[in-house]
Design a binder for this molecule. Structure first.
Ligand code: FAD
Ligand code: S2G
Ligand code: ZN
Length: 446
């Protein structure tokens, strides 16, 4: 069971001196009462009970302790440090909640370069530590490009001040990249500087229906050609997702029932120009019947309603019982083949097999549900899903990271020499194994 506690490995164990140190360092802010720690000791999916913690919205069991680890919460580190409204470069503490940063920037005519369904709780430090992707990656790129600098506290207490606010700096190794996506295993991120785009003057969202995934892919190609630089998101969900949204969240499907649904967002600086391009595109895909039905929103509340059909799939799934989540990168034309193959492979063992995700990033969210935890179902899914992904040279974790649950499957997406080098870097930066032990790296390299 991927979420189960692993065997004890030669990592440090917490001592009374450790606890005494933190009690002196943070008087009144160290919590040891098990009841008060309950919500921090369980992950968002409630699948791992058993480190630095941000918003605790991670989905791979990376943010919760396994044995006796101390959780470092960033919740009180929520200050914006600087914002330059010429360059759009924001510097802030790691515990800023993503949605608060978005609001702060939007008041100043800028936006965050990432957006995800967990924005109300996740911290920017957690986003950087997981190298979160989200709904805007297609347009603004990943955090590997938008993060300009980091302040990181190393395992021996040294503060690494790489909090640059320059777009270009080629002086030596780009050390911040080591910490982006390292899931708290190499250092504690305490501040982030990030390049933020201007808030678009015109946003449109089109919600379209397609009768096959092939037609969805052709719509994507047409969309990229005809919308070009104003395209800011291309997401999909399948009919199974839509029925869960209707059933559990009482959301309404705004168009005719279809096997596939697409959310397309445009973001530009000239509403007339954008609407003209969008309508030409819609005319093209409707007349060529790539798309069977659709609706467009330009006004904020309708835009939000259309986006919630994509953003709330995760929430709808939680009402179906136990969810086995697979966050897979594949060649974009293969992403739905995995859903179909998995349905054939599982037959009636699973209650739901659904597919949704970020088409533009070649990132599928394959979710399989059963009324409760089912070891036989898990054995039918894993390692089948990882072998399938590896065969198509995909990634077994596109954006959520490996955490506790997927740490031992890293070899499906990385050669052993690479994993060994990761182990050497980990040993150099965290020789006592005090930083988020049992996460990201497989047990066999410690
Ligand atoms: P936590 O869960 O608290 O921690 C995550 C990892 O980062 C842990 O390993 C933790 O140790 C480490 N960490 C946290 N803070 C620090 C720090 N300051 N320094 C060092 N390490 C740290 N993810 C996506 O990529 N794309 C999506 O579209 C997306 N949508 C989501 C939608 C929903 C509804 C939910 C619940 C989750 C979604 N996620 C998505 C997953 C999750 O929100 C991201 O992984 C997010 O970046 C986690 O941030 P957090 O602050 O909650 O981190
Ligand atoms: C998304 C959220 C987590 C999941 O909705 O884009 O990353 O797999 C996901 O449901
Ligand atoms: Zn996602």
């Amino acid at each position: 069971n991927p979420g189960a506690a692993p065997p004890r490995l030669p990592f440090s164990r917490v001592t009374q001196e450790d606890l005494a140190f933190f009690r002196t360092l943070l008087p009144g802010r160290t919590i040891t009462d098990p009841d008060l720690l309950k919500s921090s000791n369980v992950d968002w999916l409630k699948t791992v009970e058993v480190c630095p913690q941000g918003g605790n919205t991670g989905l791979v069991g990376g943010s919760v302790p396994v044995f006796d680890e101390i959780i470092l919460s960033t919740s009180l580190m929520k200050q914006v440090i600087t914002f330059d409204n010429i360059s759009g470069i924001l510097t802030c503490q790691a515990g800023c909640v993503l949605e608060n940063l978005s609001n702060y920037l939007e008041e100043r005519d800028f936006i965050m370069p990432l957006d995800l369904g967990a924005k109300g709780s996740c911290h920017i430090g957690g986003n950087v530590s997981t190298n979160a992707g989200g709904l805007r990656l297609l347009r603004y790129g990943s955090l590997r490009g938008t993060v300009l600098g980091l302040e990181v506290v190393l395992a021996d207490g040294r503060i690494l001040n790489c909090l640059a606010t320059l777009r270009k700096d080629n002086t030596g190794y780009d050390l911040k990249q080591l910490f982006i996506g390292s899931e708290g295993t190499l250092g504690v991120i305490t501040a982030v500087s990030i390049l933020c785009p201007r808030k678009p003057k015109a946003v449109n969202v089109a919600f379209l229906g397609c009768s096959s995934f092939q037609q969805l892919l052709e719509t994507f190609q047409c969309c990229r050609g005809m919308l070009g630089e104003i395209l800011s998101a291309f997401e999909f969900l399948d009919a199974s997702c839509m029925s869960l949204l209707e059933k559990h969240l009482k959301l309404t499907n705004p168009i005719t029932e279809s096997p596939f649904y697409i959310v397309i967002e445009t973001a530009g600086s000239n509403a007339t120009h954008d609407e003209e391009k969008l309508h030409k595109f819609l005319e093209e895909v409707m007349t060529s019947s790539l798309v069977t039905d659709g609706t467009v929103a330009t006004e904020a509340t309708k835009i939000k309603a259309l986006w919630s059909l994509r953003e709330r799939v995760t929430e709808a799934l939680t009402h179906e019982g136990y969810t086995y989540k697979y966050d897979i990168s594949l060649p974009v034309e293969k992403i739905y083949d995995l859903v179909q193959d998995m349905r054939g492979h599982l037959g009636d063992m699973a209650k739901n097999v659904v597919g949704y995700g970020h088409v533009g990033d070649g990132n599928l969210h394959l979710n399989i549900t059963s009324p409760s935890k089912d070891p036989a179902l898990l054995a039918a899914i894993e390692p089948y899903v990882y072998e399938w992904t590896s065969k198509w040279k995909g990634s077994i974790s596109a954006e959520h990271g490996l955490g506790l649950k997927k740490r031992n499957y890293i070899y499906y997406s990385k050669p052993s020499e690479a994993v060994a080098l990761m182990g050497s870097i980990k040993a150099m930066l965290d020789p006592k194994g005090i930083l988020n032990p049992y996460k990201t790296l497989p047990d066999n390299i410690h």
